[in-house]
Write a protein that binds this ligand. Structure first.
Ligand SMILES: C[S@@+](CC[C@H](N)C(=O)[O-])C[C@H]1O[C@@H](n2cnc3c(N)ncnc32)[C@H](O)[C@@H]1O
Ligand SMILES: CC(C)=CCC/C(C)=C/COP(=O)(O)OP(=O)(O)O
Ligand SMILES: [Mg+2]
Length: 293
């Protein structure tokens, strides 16, 4: 095999959803237009569907009676969400412009744009939602990076990339929609040996025992199926993905949630479930980086 990754993209006709569930998820994201996502993305054109990490910059928020305060809150929440992506990208290792990266469950593509801007490489994304893929491709075109950043409607359990052709791949809050053994088998297939896989995810804590009522609420809210930390590590081990970092980001994400819960025009009703489950220890926000061996 060549030491240089090629872009092994198969752009044949889009298959329909592999299961009725995937059809439901495609429809869910096709119709998603929550202000907390669109208003934050409008700050600088990076549209995320994940949560934030890091300390809140109180000085940036302005006084409670500041007429610009809401705008400042939106900007600060968005800064924390982009900081989350930066931490994911930090874990991908030595990525060079000739490499290809894959964003599995790419949403509207904010992480893909950031990855390209950082590494100068090709970034391929897959999502079940045609609306999201169109949105991400439109943004890439507007930025003049559509040669390098590309999204398509595909199932991340059956990705249109050749075996061993990808240097780095990730799931940013998208692994709770699939079986983890199937998912890691597919990442392991597309990654080159020595390549890196990264996930940032919410997972239930086996120390708690079973998924708490808050975790069940989050599952119902998003129509997803949150896995346990144990399942992640076991499914990786079974698929030649060997963790080199497991970072508990729970304490780092709480300030984001506590800030978001104070902004009536942005709350969606799920804030209490995240805050309570992070606090009672039943749920964790985790980064796992693994080497493909
Ligand atoms: C919460 S969003 C995360 C989006 C993105 N990773 C981000 O950080 O902004 C979940 C994404 O997973 C995608 N997804 C869920 N199941 C999928 C599957 N089987 N194949 C491809 N994408 C999937 C959805 O279409 C959606 O884009
Ligand atoms: C950590 C866990 C369990 C995540 C579940 C997946 C998910 C829906 C993430 C955020 O998407 P979003 O940004 O569209 O959600 P919201 O509208 O709440 O900001
Ligand atoms: Mg969001």
């Amino acid at each position: 095999m060549s030491v240089t990754d090629t872009t092994p993209v198969n752009r044949t006709a889009v298959p329909g959803p592999a299961t009725p569930y995937q059809g439901d998820i495609a429809r869910y994201w096709d119709h998603e237009a929550r202000p907390v996502n669109l208003r934050l993305g409008d700050v600088d054109g990076l549209y995320h569907h994940h949560y934030g990490i890091g300390e809140v910059d109180q000085a940036a928020l302005g006084a409670p009676d500041d007429s610009e305060r809401e705008k400042k809150l939106v900007t600060e929440l968005h800064r924390l969400e982009s900081a989350q992506t930066d931490v994911l990208l930090d874990s991908l290792g030595d990525i060079r412009p000739e490499h290809t990266l894959v964003d599995a469950g790419c949403g509207r593509g904010g992480s893909m744009v950031m990855a390209h801007q950082r590494f100068g490489c090709k970034v391929e994304g897959v999502t079940l939602s045609a609306k999201q893929a169109e949105f991400g491709n439109r943004r890439a075109k507007e930025l003049g990076i559509d040669d390098s950043v590309h999204a398509q409607v595909r199932n991340m359990l059956d990705m249109p990339f050749g075996t061993g052709t990808v240097r780095g791949s990730w799931n940013n809050e998208s692994s709770m929609y699939v079986d983890l053994h199937d998912l890691f088998a597919e990442h392991s297939r597309i990654l080159s040996v020595g390549g890196r896989y990264v996930t940032i995810t919410g997972c239930w804590n086996p120390i708690y025992g079973q998924p708490s009522k808050w975790v069940s609420q989050i599952n119902a809210h998003f129509e997803c199926n949150i896995h346990s930390r144990r399942e992640y590590l076991r499914a990786m081990a079974d698929n030649r993905l060997v963790p080199n970092a497991v970072v508990d980001l729970t304490a780092a994400t709480l300030p984001y949630w506590e800030l978001r819960a104070t902004v009536p025009s942005l709350v969606t009703g799920i804030e209490e479930a995240f805050i309570n489950s992070y606090k009672d220890g039943s749920f964790q926000y985790l980064l796992i980086a693994a080497d493909r061996v």
